[in-house]
Structures are given as C-alpha cells and as structure tokens.
Design a binder for this molecule. Structure first.
Ligand code: COA
Length: 310
C-alpha cells in the first residue's frame, strides 16, 4: 500500500506462491534500479528485545562488540534527493577549502593506564561539583601545554601564503557528533583554564550542541582541533584540517591490550591511538612528532602536567 504496488504484478516466492517481504523489495528494486542489501538482511527480523539507547563506548572492553542499532533499518526502495542544509552545507564549504591544504599524517599510541586511574579518582569529585569528567579535558589541556612549546601548530596562514600568524589564544575545537550533523565548537583560552574548568565548558558546549543551541561565538575562532572519534569506535583516522587552522588530531578508541613493562613483563595497558594531520606547507614532520611526544608524555604521566599548570 505504501508504494502503490499491485500484488497481482508480484511473483511470490513463498510456500504456495505466497508473497514475502523479499518479493516486495525486489519488485521495488527492479522498478527503481536500487541495489538490494544481501538477502539475510531482507528477512523480517523481530525487533531487538530491548530498545535501549546504545552506550557509545563501554570502558574496559578490549574487543568491543558493535552495539546493535536500536531500530531495524527500513528499506524504502525509493531514491531520495534533498537539498543540503545547515551544518551539512557548511561542511561542503569548509572541507572543499581544506582540499587546498597539503596534509601530512602522523600517528602514535598513548598508554593511558595512569590517566584511567587518575580519572577514576577525580570523576566522583567532579560529579559532586556538578561536572561530568571524561578524558577530553585532559586531552585539551595536554594539547594546550604542548602548543605553548610548538606555537606553529596553533597558527594560521594567510590566503596568499605570505604570512603566518601565531595565535595567542588556544581556542581548541572539539568535533561533536550531533543530530544536526558534525559541529566543531571550541573551548576558548584553554591555556588559562584548569582541567575542571575545561570539563565544565565542554559540558556546556555538549548540552547546547545536543539541542542545536550553540551560538556563533562558540562555533567560530577555533585555532586547533581535536576529534574524539573513538567515542564512537575505530582506532586510526585521517582527520581533515579545518582552515584557517593548521593541525588537527583524531583520537581513537581506548582498548585494553597487552604491552611490555620496563622489566619485559607483559602487562595490561589502556592503549589509545592518536592520528594527527598538519599543514605541510608550514609544519614539518619533526615539529609534529615533538609536539605529539610531549602531548603523549603529559597523558602517560599525568602528574607531570601539574608542574606546568598555571
Ligand atoms: N576512549 C575511551 N573512552 C572514551 C573515549 C575514547 N576514545 N571517548 C569517550 N570515552 C568515554 C568517556 O570517557 C565517557 O566515559 P564515562 O561514561 O565512564 O564517563 C564515555 O565514553 C562517554 O563519553 P562522551 O559522552 O562521548 O564524552 P567525551 O567528552 O569523551 O566526548 C564528544 C565528547 C563530543 C567528543 C563525543 O561525544 C563525540 O561527539 N565524538 C564524535 C566526534 C566525531 O564525530 N568526530 C568525527 C569528526 S569527522
């Protein structure tokens, strides 16, 4: 009925010529030229027992099983064309501009074992003060401490590529996956904020982002970006720079993996991968590598951050 199909025109493949869902879908596919998904997905499957909202990431899971989608996918059999709007339209513009930048990639792994322990200790304390403390505030603070040493990564190049401006403020953008699409609000002046203040600001941005209420001031003026794609999944990425910025980092999913300690013993470690992209016109590999080493060292020995906190 939904697709105005005359059942007399459909050949049934079921018992006694009964018309099955597959028959309807392949009939529609023939009409529209759509490619059908492989047949197992065509079976009418009962809905999953619990329609819980999936938790994006389960800590302590070394080989996490993909979370089942809450709703079964619906195959409409129709091509759909719609105009690009809002954030999607903005993404076309920004990413097309990013194509002009010669990107180079640099990846490493970070042993988060100590930071996992530290966050466990600090999380209830932050919650008591009304703030949710994830790993992001530590990633941002460590990046800002690193940018103080490597200001070329917190810079921008002018249109003619004649001047480079080293930005005083560390306005660190955080890629957010929202119902409206990808948005990148930034935490202003990370260089003068405590980890707790960064967490509170991220909470605010996330709350506004989830209800499409972020204002222009939150969405503009970024100088460097971090994208925590690991909160959804994946280990490595190839992030694309947001012009006029010159560097971006994509954080992968933290996994519990075996590693060797200094005595050669196999230990359980919380491993996270970082993938950086930088503008190779003005950033060289050595600078990126030194910055990444410093960022990594702050996260692997979080107490070392204390020495440099203002
Ligand atoms: N590894 C391990 N744990 C992670 C993790 C990672 N990479 N990322 C998030 N977590 C944990 C958090 O610590 C938190 O744990 P808890 O429940 O024990 O406190 C939990 O997963 C949920 O975190 P989340 O709500 O996602 O907060 P966050 O501060 O870690 O991340 C955003 C916030 C906005 C970055 C994230 O929600 C998001 O949107 N990520 C997608 C970004 C994206 O789409 N990038 C691609 C751009 S092209």
């Amino acid at each position: 009925m939904e697709n105005n199909i005359k059942l007399s025109e459909v050949v049934g493949s079921g018992r006694d010529g009964r018309i099955l869902k597959e028959d309807i879908l392949s009939f529609l596919a023939k009409q529209t030229g759509a490619i059908l998904p492989p047949s197992p997905q065509l079976e009418i499957t009962p809905p999953p027992p619990k329609a819980e909202t999936p938790k994006p990431f389960q800590r302590e899971q070394s080989a996490s099983v993909p979370v089942p989608l809450a709703k079964p996918a619906v195959f409409t059999g129709k091509d759909v064309t719609e105009p690009l709007k809002g954030f999607h339209k903005a993404m076309v513009k920004t990413m097309s501009a990013a194509l002009k930048i010669p990107h180079f990639g640099y990846c490493d792994e970070v042993d988060m074992t100590r930071l996992v322990q530290l966050r466990l200790e600090l999380k209830p304390e932050a919650e008591a003060r009304g703030v949710r403390l994830s790993f992001m505030p530590f990633f941002l603070k460590a990046a800002s401490l690193g940018l103080l040493h490597y200001p070329a990564l917190n810079a921008s190049l002018d249109e003619d590529c004649k001047n480079i401006t080293y930005k005083a403020a560390h306005n660190i953008g955080v890629a957010m996956d929202t119902q409206q699409g990808l948005i990148v609000p930034n935490v202003k002046n990370v260089q003068v904020r405590s980890i707790f203040e960064i967490a509170a600001e991220l909470n605010r941005l996330q709350a506004l982002g989830s209800t499409a209420q972020l204002g222009a001031s939150d969405l503009t003026g970024g100088t460097f970006t971090l994208s925590n794609i690991g909160s959804i999944g994946g280990t490595y990425a190839k992030p694309v720079i947001l012009p006029p910025e010159v560097a971006i980092g994509a954080i992968g999913k933290m996994q519990v993996l075996p590693r060797f300690d200094p005595d050669g013993q196999v230990v359980k470690a919380h491993i996270l991968n970082i993938s950086w992209s930088a503008d190779h016109r003005i950033i060289d590999g050595a600078t990126m590598s030194r910055f990444s080493n410093l960022w990594k060292s702050y996260l692997e020995s979080p107490s070392s951050m204390l020495l440099d906190l203002k």
